[in-house]
Design a binder for this molecule. Sequence first.
Ligand SMILES: Cc1ncc(COP(=O)(O)O)c(C=O)c1O
Length: 419
Amino acid sequence: MTLAWEHYFSQRALSMKASGIREFFKLTERPDIISFAGGFPGGAFFPAEMIRDQLQEILAEEASSALQYGPTEGCAPLRQYLAAKMTREGIAASSEDNILVTNGSQQGLDLLCKVLLNPGDAVLVEEPGYVGGLGAIHNYQGSFYPIAVDAEGLRTDLLERQLLALARQGKKAKLIYLVPNFQNPTGATLSLLRRVKILELAEKHDFLILEDNPYGELRYAGYPLPSMKSLDREGRVIYLGSFSKTFVPGIRLGWLLAEEALIHKMIAAKQGTDLCSNSLSQRLALACCTRGFIDDHVRSLVHRYREKRDLMLSAMERHFPGVCSWTRPQGGFFIWVTFPEPLEARDILIKALERKVAFVDGGGFYVNGRGKNTARFAFSEAGPEEISRGIETLGKILHEELERRGISEKYAGQAKKVS
Ligand SMILES: Cc1ncc(COP(=O)(O)O)c(C=O)c1O
């Protein structure tokens, strides 16, 4: 007998669905596929030997605490380390009491939506935006108000217009969700002027800012910009950090920095979810942080990812038709490609998979069915030879498609590179 599970699911769960993009990643895990699909760090860069040595030492010296349950908020020395790190990065007055250690920043996103959102609450999101963040908001039944992203990040003119439209309807936004540095999926970085403007608007219209910053330390060009949290005068900004991209995602460790009142509520929510984050991972991260290994690792990652970014950009320059446009990210993992309107990324993807190359169709990063002619390319995981070969293959497919439809002439000369 099969139970009719839909009768048992909660109202909330009925609308939950697994991310189509994550399902698609399973396809791309086949070893014969060159994948630019997953936003995964380069597995070849994982410092496995260093991790093995540190784990051996931890297990020899402090096994009884490293293998034990720990405090829900995270182990105190790691929280102290993270508070000091945040202070070094310009976030004033942060103490360990402002820090909650999470199982990856994704758990921070989920717990925040759990404690902040009532069904129907208005949430402003980047369009296109990070699927994991959008998924968490959807799971807690937030209402999306998408705001377009351009080369300088979220467009504050459109944000202001949306806030006024909400006010006219007697509504208020509760939260804005932002990835200000090297955004997933576009690679765009929010300009300083726009950071300041969003803070001003948040104060004026009284909403919270969720700043998700897993890529900020992976900068390959330009100068670091102040975090939204460091510019925050009223405690409205909730900052999410992660060890996934700067160290390894498998230890599932991130952190959240916010006002103590919110941290207390989040601790209550986290207790119901998992009691505490992985104790062994926390000891490992702490040892690698305090001994300077992670800072050294980040320095080497910046060189290695920069090479991959440059390789993918120059391969696109060589092989992609001039009618396509793409971003030139200053850091992170992603290049966002726009095909000329008649081409749909989904059709190109089907042809690409036949020739064993994968990327992600950009439509999944929109909440309203737009973006059909866009695609996300991650340069983080594939090797150099794969990047060159994969982009060359895609270039051929794109040229063939344009020719088949007889549109190459019509669109010639429209090439536009966005930096
Ligand atoms: C913008 C953004 N936020 C959060 C996450 C989740 O990261 P974590 O591994 O820390 O849960 C990701 C992962 O790709 C991401 O791109």
